[in-house]
Every structure is written in structure tokens, then in C-alpha cells.
Design a protein around this ligand. Structure first.
Ligand code: MOS
Length: 764
């Protein structure tokens, strides 16, 4: 059995507050660094003060004098102790191939150069500041060159990783109406409230790691490879994650050093890096540049689409997000050229950040679409309608379902779009210019292999176990709703255990795949329990004797036949023997076309992490969609920019947990405002250093920046994506919002700002 079969419990889709909410707000939830371990020692990182060069010498004498210091790790005593592991984006486990403390080499500012361990956090910190490192420094390259990148030569043959069709350049030359523009997006850092902590403890040759993780199974296997251990000797515990957004998906270099330190001291070691250190020891969204050229006929039909992207990566890594996989299939167009370039710099390796590919690339395309609508004198919603497509224009594969225009219609109506005067600068309210803008949201529907164990006790209590993760998304609630639905028990009877690598393996909580992948596995395990109870009941002398087992359902604590005959759950369970009944299920998506790709990277080694992604399934493409409308108000004199209103309508297949799904979309829309108006990591170009590396100076919206945000679900059924019809939506909300804001700013002012974030000074 590879897919769940029945659907009728009435719990899936029921609005429910998150079941772990009380634990979180009362401080009861145990985050990984909260686990009390006896005799813990504390680690503090010493990080590089240069971005490029070598360590000439490390002087530890002064640090070692600090009372309570137990050990100091440097490349001189850890060299060769951590083995190189392939990066996640290359099918492995790590966020970077940079190996700190493997040699005196320094690849980026803030790279780990020593780990001080002491009896107390304070002693470790004091000693860390007394570690003196002498460097041989070279001038770093901080990111892009000052010059605009130039388009590549057209003579390239079609390349397989850059979607292309037809002859975009010739079609552009002959287009009736054209738009050609560069767009840029800044560096952004995740900044989850919970820092990048790691606590390691050994019991003999068994290593236990407490670390917030979006992928405990990957962390376990990755660390085992790094330390040359049997993975079964490594356990990762992470029942709650205080924010992640992609930053806790791949193994970062810190973990192995904490494990080594704990081994050397033979006692637990806890690391809590500072906020500032977190900018360098984890990943970030790299800055991007885009050249978009759109050509259309006079009726608004696209005839040519050229999307070229440039992305910053570290010196050794080829991490890229390659959002052209999405922008090339969003609209009907016979001639498409895309190309993605990597620009290497002396920086830490970037990594996944919520909708990694779509946020920058869809921003560029959706801004250009708005510019095209202006050039055509056409309503921007109409332009999307004219170019809507039910097939991928690159290979003609159909969408499994696509309700983009239904989303536009619903959101436009709720927003009052028909009252918009299209003339820029024409709408105002006293001293405030009003601008209305819109853009498309979309995100591929990913699924991955997942396993779950479900136990149902005679008292009607259920236990669901899987090594999935709730990174704040509502996974505990969605999974509990699924089990309650299939087992016919009240929600409060269901206990969900997540975030422990000793549970049945589940994929990375990334690519918005968790609900779709895990709920399908949970439903399958529940179905197996139902099947066993039904088989027992029809073959015994009871109410249900002789019934067709396939007809029996679990509902309201009973096993029920269509004619209304039933027996209590307890009786059905006890018949199978003493104690609870247990089932283990493996969900394996069958729709993958080899090789599985993620943002242009082939996933070959990741095993359970391998995702089947929206653009690479066998005979169709699968995406979730949305339409986002934004009102901005810009003060005529001060140019202060406000966002009083956002409306988003989304079609994302079956919604398992509407309350937490809505929260995801709200959070995404708000993040979209951040990405348009607030967020940017500033880099001191002389030294390739992040400057605003704290929450005081790294701007994000506060409550006063956000007013009305409305989320509308557009009902959608899609039975091709997976048996439960779930598309996933964690990363859908913040796609397109930055373009909608920028388009609204244009409408308010007539000023087209193509470099994010948009700030007062851009509008003076
Ligand atoms: Mo998401 S950036 O795949 O955690």
C-alpha cells in the first residue's frame, strides 16, 4: 500500500488552535538548549576578524589563565577530526563545504576559528575574548562588482539546467511592446528568535545532540559521516524549534565541534552562539540581480521572456536558488530564455530562506509584468489573465491544477480593485498618496518519503510518532487532526511526537513538503489500524459479523458500518489481543521523474530528504498559487511609506489545519512587507563584514507597521499531487508580496523602484 485510501472523518480541515500553543506560551515547551543535563560545560565561539586569508598564529596563554576554562579547540588540535561531507545542495547534508578549523585558512568573516569551553558561559566568553589570533590578511571580495552584470552572449546552446524554449532574442526584437529592466534584492538573514544552539552529550560511544533542526534525520546522518560513526549511534532531539525559515535545514559546521568538545571533556557541552555570530555561523539569503526583458503583442500576449539572474555564493560553493525554474513556467510564452550565474565572493555560503528561489525571482518577474501592463495601458490583473496557462510553456506538461485567476478574482473583489484609478499618483487621502498594487504568489508542491508509527489504545488514546518537525508551522496540529480524522477519536486524545531522530524517519521540514508528506504517512498507518480492527470485527460474533471490512469506518470512538451497526473501539481493539494496536507506514511518492532536483541542484545522496518537486514530476507540474493585493500610503512630504492593507487569496489544495495554515500565510505576507520595505543586511565592503548583525539594526516590521491583513482560501481539490490532495503552503505567502508593494509604490508615486528594500530616501 503506497497511499492512504479513505477520507471521511471530518477533522481534516477543521479550524483548530495549535495544540502545542499552551506549552509554548507557558514556557513549558522544551527547546533543545532547555534540556537540563547534569554537569554541563559551556562553549563560546571565537570567530574570524578577517574575511580572507590565513591564521598565522593563535595565542591561547591569556585565555587559558581565565578561571574555569576547560579546553580550547583550534585547527591545531581538531585538524582532520571532522571529515568533509557533501553539501545539502549537492545531495548531502551540510550547509557549506567550508571546513572551519581544518586548516589555518579563512574563507569568510565570522568563520569559527576556535571554541572555548569552560565551567560557565561567562568564563567561556571572557576567555574567548582573550584568544589572540594573528592573521595574514588578503583583500576580500564582498559580493557583486559595482558594475551592472551584462547579458550573456546569445550564442549559447540550450542548456538543460536553464529552462529555455524558442528564440527569445529575435522575438524580443520584433515585439510590439517591450520592457527591459534590472532588479536587485539585498542580502537577508533569517534571525529566528531561537538561536543556533547545540548541546552534545556522550554516553560511551553513543552521541546525543540537542539542536533546533528542520531535519533531525539529516543532522544525525551528517554528523555520523563527519565523525566517522555508525549513524545508529547518533540521536538528535529537537521537539520544538523557535523559528527556522530554512536556516536549520542543513547541518552547519558548529555541531561537530561541540560533539568533539564533549568527547574530549567527557561531559555535556552546550553552545549558544550570540545573535551577531549567528549571521556568520549559519546561512542567509544572498543578494541577487536580475535582467528581465518582456516582449508582448498589442493585445498583451507575451511573445518573449528573458530572465537572467546573478547570485552571490561563497568561494568554494555553487549554492544557488535558480528561481528561473519557476519564472519560466508561470505564464504562457512561446520564446523563453533563462540563465543563472553565480558570483563567488569571500562570504559564508548562503542557504535556504523561506521560498528561497521564488522570493527574489518572482519579485523581478512580477515587477516587470507590472511595468509591461503600464506600457500596454492594461490592467495588471488582465495581463495575468491573458497570459494564464494550464501547461508549462517549456515542455507543455499540464499543471495538475492551477487556480491562479480564481485567486486574483477573489482577492481583487475583497480588495475593491475595481475602484482603482490606474493613473499613477491619482489617488490620495489628505497628505497621503495612495497606491494599489498586485502580484502573483506561487510555490512548487513538493512531497518526500515519510514514515509514521501510530498506536491506538483501548481507551481511545492515540500516539503518533514520526521524526518530522514543527518549526512553528503548525505541524503538530495538522498531524493530530489527520490522526483524529482517520481514527475517529477526539483531537485531545491524540499525542504527537516529533523532532527526535529515533522516531520513524521523515523528510526535511523544507520546501513546504511536511504536511503533504507526513500526513499521508500518518493517514496510511491509521488506515492500517482501521483495516485490522475491521478484519477482526467481521470475523467475530458481534454486531459487525459478516460485514464487508472495507465498508467499516472509525468514527466517534466506534467502529461503524454504513447501516449504522457499530461496536465500541475498546471491544474492537481488545479482540486483537492485550494492549494497544500499532501500525507503521511508509509513504513513498511515486511521481518522481529521475533525477530529483531542488532549485537546480540534483539531490542524489540525501535519501529520505530527496524531494519530488513541483517542476520535476513525471507527467505534470504541480504548484500552489495565490494573488496578493497591497495598499501603500506614502506621505506627500516626508515620503514615509505605510502598508495599511494587504489581501491575499490562495489555492493550495486541501487545507488540513486552516487556523495554522492561515497563520503561515499571514506570516508570509508580513514577511513580504519586510522584504519590500525593511530587511537588508548591510555589508562593509572593505572587509566583507555584516554590519547590522543584531535585531536592533536589522529591520523587520513591528506591530505598528502592519495593519489589516486578510487571507482568503480558494477551495481547491487536486488528487494528482498526493492521495490527501495537500499542496503545502508554508512558503507560498511571502512570494510576490515584495513585487505587490513595489507595484503599489509605483502606482502611488509614478516612481519605479527596482532595488529592494524601498526606503524613504528612494522616494524623495
Ligand atoms: Mo524552507 S527555506 O525550504 O525551510
Amino acid at each position: 500500500m503506497n497511499a492512504p485510501t479513505t477520507f471521511d472523518g471530518g477533522m481534516i480541515g477543521r479550524p483548530t488552535p495549535r495544540i502545542d500553543g499552551r506549552l509554548k506560551v507557558t514556557g513549558t515547551a522544551c527547546y533543545p538548549s532547555d534540556f537540563p543535563l547534569e554537569d554541563t560545560a559551556y562553549a563560546y565561539l571565537v570567530t574570524s576578524a578577517i574575511a580572507r586569508g590565513r591564521i598565522k598564529a593563535i595565542h591561547l596563554e591569556e585565555a587559558q589563565q581565565v578561571e574555569g576554562v576547560l579546553d580550547i579547540l583550534t585547527y591545531e588540535n581538531t585538524k582532520g577530526k571532522v571529515r568533509k561531507v557533501r553539501a545539502f545542495s549537492g545531495g548531502g547534508y551540510t550547509s557549506t563545504t567550508i571546513m572551519p578549523m581544518d586548516s589555518p585558512k579563512v574563507w569568510h568573516d565570522g568563520q569559527i576559528v576556535a571554541v572555548v569551553v569552560a565551567e560557565t558561559y561567562e568564563a567561556a566568553r571572557e576567555a574567548a575574548h582573550k584568544v589572540h589570533v594573528e592573521y595574514d590578511e588578503r583583500k576580500p571580495k564582498p559580493g557583486f562588482d559595482k558594475r551592472r552584470p551584462q547579458p550573456r552572449q546569445i550564442s549559447n546552446p540550450l542548456s538543460s539546467s536553464d529552462p529555455q524554449t524558442g528564440d527569445a532574442e529575435t522575438a524580443f526584437q520584433h515585439a510590439d511592446v517591450k520592457v527591459e529592466a534590472y532588479y536587485t534584492t539585498p542580502t537577508q538573514h533569517h534571525n529566528p528568535i531561537e538561536l543556533f544552539t547545540t548541546t552534545c552529550t556522550w554516553s560511551g560511544d553513543q552521541l546525543t545532540i540537542y539542536e533546533p533542526s528542520q531535519f533531525v534525520h539529516g543532522l544525525k546522518n551528517g554528523v555520523a559521516k563527519q565523525l566517522n560513526m555508525n549513524p545508529e549511534k547518533v540521536r538528535v532531539i529537537s521537539p520544538f524549534v523557535g523559528g527556522a525559515f530554512g536556516s536549520k535545514a542543513a547541518l552547519t559546521p558548529r555541531t561537530a565541534f561541540v560533539a568533539l568538545a564533549a568527547k574530549r571533556l567527557n561531559r555535556p557541552v552546550k553552545l549558544v552562539p550570540t545573535r551577531s555570530q549567528s549571521f556568520d555561523v549559519s546561512t542567509y539569503r544572498a543578494e541577487t540581480q536580475h535582467l528581465v526583458k518582456l516582449g508582448a503583442d498589442r493585445n498583451g500576449r507575451l511573445t518573449s521572456l528573458h530572465h537572467e539572474g546573478w547570485e552571490v555564493s561563497s568561494r568554494p560553493d555553487n549554492y544557488k536558488v535558480a528561481g528561473t525554474e519557476t519564472t519560466s513556467l508561470l505564464y504562457a510564452c512561446p520564446n523563453i530564455y533563462t540563465k543563472v550565474h553565480i558570483v563567488h565572493a569571500d562570504r559564508n555560503t548562503p542557504g535556504f530562506m523561506r521560498s528561497p528561489a521564488e522570493v527574489p525571482y518572482v519579485y523581478a518577474l512580477e515587477s516587470a509584468m507590472d511595468e509591461l501592463a503600464t506600457a500596454l495601458g492594461m490592467d495588471p490583473v488582465e495581463l495575468r489573465r491573458i497570459n494564464d496557462t494550464m501547461v508549462n510553456p517549456i515542455d507543455q506538461k499540464p499543471y495538475s491544477s492551477r487556480a491562479l485567476m480564481a485567486c486574483y478574482d477573489r482577492a481583487a473583489e475583497a480588495f475593491g480593485w475595481s475602484k482603482r484609478n490606474p493613473e499613477p499618483g491619482s489617488m490620495h487621502d489628505g497628505d497621503w498618496l495612495i497606491g494599489w498594487g498586485c502580484a502573483t504568489a506561487c510555490y512548487p508542491t513538493n512531497v518526500a518519503p515519510a514514515q509514521a508509527r501510530v498506536t491506538l489504545a483501548p481507551n481511545g488514546r492515540a500516539r503518533v510518532q514520526t521524526a518530522g518537525h514543527d518549526i512553528g508551522t503548525g505541524a503538530y496540529t495538522a498531524i493530530a487532526l489527520t490522526a483524529a480524522d482517520r481514527l475517529g477519536v477526539p483531537l485531545e486524545n491524540v499525542n504527537v511526537e516529533l523532532g527526535d531522530s529515533s522516531l520513524p524517519p521523515a523528510p526535511v521540514a523544507g520546501g513546504s513538503n511536511a504536511t503533504a508528506s507526513i500526513c499521508n504517512a500518518v493517514a496510511m498507518a491509521c488506515d492500517e489500524i482501521r483495516e485490522r480492527l475491521a478484519q477482526g470485527a467481521v470475523h467475530a460474533d458481534g454486531q459487525l459479523a459478516g460485514a464487508d471490512p472495507g465498508d467499516l469506518r472509525l468514527s466517534q470512538g466506534k467502529l461503524v458500518a454504513p447501516d449504522g451497526k457499530s461496536e465500541p473501539l475498546k471491544e474492537a481493539i481488545m479482540r486483537l489481543g492485550f494492549g494497544p494496536v500499532e501500525a507503521h507506514a511508509k509513504y513513498t511518492p511515486e511521481i518522481a521523474s529521475a533525477p530529483v532536483k531542488l532549485m537546480g541542484h540534483k539531490l542524489i545522496e540525501g535519501g529520505i530528504s530527496a524531494m519530488t518537486s513541483g517542476s520535476s514530476v513525471k507527467d505534470h507540474v504541480q504548484y500552489a498559487f495565490g494573488a496578493e493585493f497591497v495598499e501603500v500610503r506614502i506621505h506627500k512630504r516626508t515620503r514615509e511609506i505605510r502598508v495599511p492593507r494587504i489581501v491575499g487569496a490562495f489555492a493550495a489544495g486541501r487545507i488540513v489545519s486552516p487556523t495554522t495554515a492561515r497563520s503561515q500565510l499571514l506570516g508570509g505576507l508580513i514577511w513580504g512587507v519586510a522584504s519590500a520595505l525593511h530587511e537588508a543586511t548591510e555589508i562593509d565592503e572593505r572587509v566583507a563584514r555584516y554590519v547590522n548583525d543584531d535585531l536592533a539594526e536589522y529591520l523587520i516590521p513591528v506591530c505598528a507597521d502592519i495593519k489589516d491583513v486578510e487571507v482568503i482560501f480558494v477551495p481547491e481539490e487536486d488528487h494528482q499531487v498526493n492521495a490527501l490532495g495537500i499542496k503545502g503552503l508554508g512558503e507560498l505567502g511571502n512570494v510576490g508580496t515584495n513585487a505587490a508593494v513595489a507595484n503599489a509604490v509605483y502606482h502611488a508615486t509614478g516612481r519605479r523602484i527596482r532595488d529592494l528594500p524601498i526606503r524613504i530616501e528612494d522616494l524623495l
